[in-house]
Design a protein around this ligand. Structure first.
Ligand code: TRP
Ligand code: ZN
Length: 881
């Protein structure tokens, strides 16, 4: 494990390396506890350098066995080899030389899951961001692009399958039952894209012929016996390959494309060139074991990793500060892909919900950082919702500013100009400035300035003049190390909705700030005048969520109800419903704290009923509109002095109110949505299931609710319905015989399927209430749990800490104490996963004072633990700062 050196890396300190490594030849002799790695590196001194400087290669926990330069052993006095570095004090003065090193590593005991490790007896690698240095000494930085040849040797019995990047060129037998394979990747790549897989795996195969006629062999490798579960992923892969050609002109560039699913994986998946490695959760699916959400995630992540082939691999990042160059852009591309494959409106709403749930709290708390950070202590901690999701929103805004056609021209120029390079955000923004002739300098602040901007909007309609005036004011709240903010360029899409529900025509007085339905907010205060507006409109703002901002709009409740029924923009229509629900919940919370019962307007209950029954709306949309803001959503809106128990009570009260207002309607609709056709994971079928399950949740709060949920559970023929009904039973009727029986039946049926048991852990870890701490503690001793597997840890500990407000934030602090103790245990094996879990405490300052003090104690317990990893130290220090 890496302990903290306290070093801070800064963007402004970037400097190209003195040496390059144009060629890398690696030989692996695989053995579980003693793998030998021989690296033969062609090293070039940068032509412009006048003097010979020391060559310092990165390592992490390595021991050097052998070192040669140009075929000759290097004397001990000429180098210094430590676990973290290999320094040649006086490398050969010539322009080019060969360095051979041999290291020995222990994949079987690699529990951090970075570098070369074993997962269920399969050798696999994870090198992003800095895992390659745990394999061999190297210039382990993304601007060092090298052509790799990889020879893998292993026992044929232990590892019949030998995979690496690029194309297979040779294979054969060796003595003693060993064999070998050689792979060549002709595309220069950074070390973080290196991959190796060896083991005994099952395979499914397919082919894809690219737009210029290249015939690509596709393979997905999974545990033997699970081949059948990889079919959906393969289908998603082929659709992704076609879509990237059609939409971006991006064609695949090798003869093979392989995907391997492994069960121990720190994140979702990894885009290694020609050899993507996946968390098996994002490959394996059938109707009996995967929910509709799982299918959608598989489709999106298969696409995401595939799309990286151009946005990330062909054009990579100059340094890790530029991470959003590949991640934000690739998330934008996978969002667009899913929108094209499914329902665009519904997809957009889901994206915004994710952004608000994950990125807004980050931006509004102690871990806030710009989409392109300027400093880090541990880069692993910057694979964040800000870099990924807000990074994607910034790309989306560029398209909004430029229009679809000019945006595509910019992307074409990006590929043309930077193919084969390690690029920066400045390079990326420049292509769009060049194709559009626009000045994007103010816009580029979105990459450099942290915090969620707020727009305050008020309006005035002059019926006599037929003029609508908007007053818009922007502000960006202070964030850590950025106390003073500059003004941003915010594209605010809007519509003026008339009484008939159609958008009213208008003339904008100031043509520069209003363009194609978008107000360009660039100053602190704007007054925008619209003339020729024939009636007082309802204001529809931030349509399609054109900018990742918060809005404070003085608007009549009547207008909200009107927009909730009539806005032609699906996102804004949903937003109107969501705002009404959210406002009602906040009011109920305040009454709750004041010791009063909530009172909800009948109108709100009727709105829910009319949305549910409106057959003109997609079922998936209706399901989203009927889903109440989460407890965390409400806490975020309230912002301070949070009491999770009062929020929970308010939310339960509204759910019961909506259910009882609409009992007959919901029952009838629930019954009509039963689908007897064979299962299909398509978006429309999934939408009907989603709506039916939302209705089940409402109805479960009324008389007979437990019986109907139990019936739903018994009759379920797919995992979506099974997991939804188990959730309803466990959450709404905890301790009931029906809930206990369902929990036991589920475990008995799926005991040997770890991915399904993850759902079982999740459902129980999120049962609201103070007992959750004991439940989770007990489940940690369940045979299906494993304290070394990241998926298990996230299902149980992650769900408890990030998905159970009343349990985690238990008033006596027991949730925090258990959490701190557990995170410290996990950290000993896997610092990356521990650090990510620890971010659950980032909003501790918005809690009421009692909980705040207890959360702080737990943070201090962690902070005062000696020898913390850089990963956890960084998160805890920033959270407390
Ligand atoms: N680059 C990967 C992606 O977004 C994610 C990734 C980064 C990752 N670091 C990792 C995956 C470490 C596993 C482990 O597609
Ligand atoms: Zn990615």
């Amino acid at each position: 494990m890496r302990t903290d050196t306290g070093q801070v890396f800064k963007l402004e300190d970037y400097r190209p390396s003195d040496y390059l490594i144009p060629q890398t030849r690696l030989t692996f002799r695989l053995s579980p506890e003693a793998t030998v790695v021989v690296a033969e590196l062609t090293i070039e001194r940068r032509a412009e350098l006048k003097t010979v400087t020391p060559l310092a290669l990165d390592g992490d926990g390595l021991t050097l066995q052998r070192i040669e330069v140009d075929g000759k052993a290097v004397p001990l006095s000429a180098y210094v080899a430590g676990p973290d570095q290999l320094v040649l004090n006086a490398p050969p003065a010539k322009a080019k030389f060969t360095l051979v090193t041999e290291t020995r590593i222990d994949p079987a005991h690699n529990e951090a899951l970075m570098g070369l490790y074993r997962s269920s007896n399969v050798y696999c690698t994870q090198c992003e961001a800095e895992g390659f240095r745990r394999i061999t000494y190297f210039l382990d930085r993304p601007d060092i692009l090298s052509v790799y040849t990889v020879r893998i040797e292993a026992s044929r019995q232990e590892a019949p399958l030998l995979l690496s990047n690029g194309n297979p060129v040779k294979s054969g037998n060796l003595a003693d039952g060993w064999h070998y394979a050689v792979w060549e990747d002709p595309h220069p790549k950074p070390s973080y894209l290196f991959a190796l897989v060896a083991g005994d795996l099952g395979k499914i195969e397919d082919r894809f012929v690219t737009m210029s006629g290249r015939d690509v062999a596709l393979g997905i490798y999974v545990e033997h016996g699970k081949e059948r579960l990889a079919g959906y992923a393969m289908d998603a892969l082929k659709r992704s390959m076609k879509w990237d050609e059609d939409l971006f002109g991006c064609e695949y560039d090798l003869d093979v494309f392989n995907i391997v699913a492994v069960s121990d994986f720190n994140m979702g998946a990894m885009e290694n060139k020609g050899l993507n490695i996946f968390n098996d959760k994002y490959v394996l699916a059938d109707e009996e074991t995967a929910t509709d959400a799982d299918f959608a995630n598989i489709e999106a992540i298969i696409a995401h990793e595939y799309f990286h082939n151009w946005t990330g691999n062909r054009i990579t990042c100059r340094d890790w500060f530029q991470l959003c160059l590949k991640e934000g852009l690739t998330v934008y591309r996978d969002h667009e892909f899913s929108a094209d494959q499914r329902s665009r409106g519904v997809k957009r709403i889901a994206e915004v919900r994710t952004l608000r749930a994950l990125q807004f709290p980050e931006d509004q708390g102690p871990l806030a950082h710009p989409v392109r950070p300027r400093r880090y202590r541990e880069i692993n901690n910057f694979y964040t919702a800000t870099v990924y999701e807000k990074g994607s929103e910034v790309v989306r805004m560029i398209r909004t500013l430029l229009g679809a056609e000019t945006f595509r021209a910019g992307m074409d120029l990006y590929f043309l100009r930077h193919d084969g390079q390690a690029a920066t955000i400045e390079d990326f923004v420049q292509v769009f400035a060049d194709v559009s002739g626009r000045d994007l300098s103010q816009f580029a602040l979105w990459y450099n300035q942290a915090g969620t901007p707020n727009l305050t909007v008020s309006s005035h309609y002059d019926a006599g003049e037929k003029v609508l005036t908007l007053e818009i004011e922007q502000s960006v709240p202070p964030t850590p190390s950025e106390s003073r903010k500059r003004l941003m360029h915010i594209p605010l899409a809007f519509g003026l909705v008339g009484k008939d529900g159609k958008d009213l025509p208008y003339k904008a007085a100031d043509g520069a700030t209003v363009e194609n339905g978008v107000i360009h907010v660039r100053k602190r205060r704007h007054t925008v005048r619209f003339s020729g507006v024939t009636e007082r409109p309802a204001l529809s703002l931030n349509r399609g969520f054109s900018a990742p901002v918060t809005l404070s709009v003085a608007q009549k409740t009547d207008d909200q109800f009107f927009l909730a029924a009539h806005d032609k923009d699906a996102f804004s229509r949903w937003q109107a419903v969501n705002t009404l629900l959210s406002d009602a919940l906040i009011a109920a919370f305040r009454r709750q704290r004041g010791g009063k019962k909530p009172d909800f307007t009948a109108r709100l209950g009727e709105l829910a009923g009319s949305i549910a029954a409106n057959d003109d709306l997609e079922p998936a949309y209706r399901a989203l509109a009927l889903t109440l803001p989460s407890e965390a959503d409400i806490a975020r809106e309230i912002g301070k002095d949070i009491d999770p128990d009062a929020i929970f009570a308010a939310r339960e009260a509204l759910a019961t109110f909506v259910a009882s207002t609409n009992k007959q309607r919901f029952e009838a609709l629930y019954a009509s949505l039963l689908d007897n056709r064979p299962f299909s994971p398509d978006a429309a079928s999934a939408g009907r299931r989603a709506l039916r399950n939302v209705l089940l949740d409402y109805l479960s709060r009324l008389n007979g609710g437990v019986e109907s949920a139990a019936r739903h559970f018994k009759a379920a023929t797919n995992m979506t319905d099974l997991a939804a009904s188990l959730t309803v039973l466990a959450h709404r009727h905890p301790g009931s015989p029906q809930a206990d029986a369902a929990i036991a039946a589920f475990a008995a049926k799926f005991a040997s399927d770890p991915l399904v048991m993850d759902k079982w852990f999740q459902i129980q870890a999120s049962v609201p209430g103070p007992q959750a701490v004991e439940t989770v503690r007990a489940l940690m001793t369940h045979p299906a749990f494993s304290s070394t597997n990241p998926n298990r840890l996230r299902s149980l500990i992650g769900t408890f800490s990030s998905g159970n407000q009343t349990g985690f934030h238990r008033a006596d602090g027991a949730g925090y104490r258990f959490f701190a103790e557990t995170v410290l245990e996990i950290e000993k094996r896997n610092p990356q996963v521990a650090a990510r879990l620890a971010t659950a405490l980032r909003s501790w300052r918005s809690l009421e004072t009692g909980r705040q003090a207890k959360a702080r104690e737990a943070l201090l317990t962690m902070a005062n633990t000696p020898n913390l990893s850089a990963d956890l130290r960084d998160i805890i220090d920033r959270t407390l700062a």
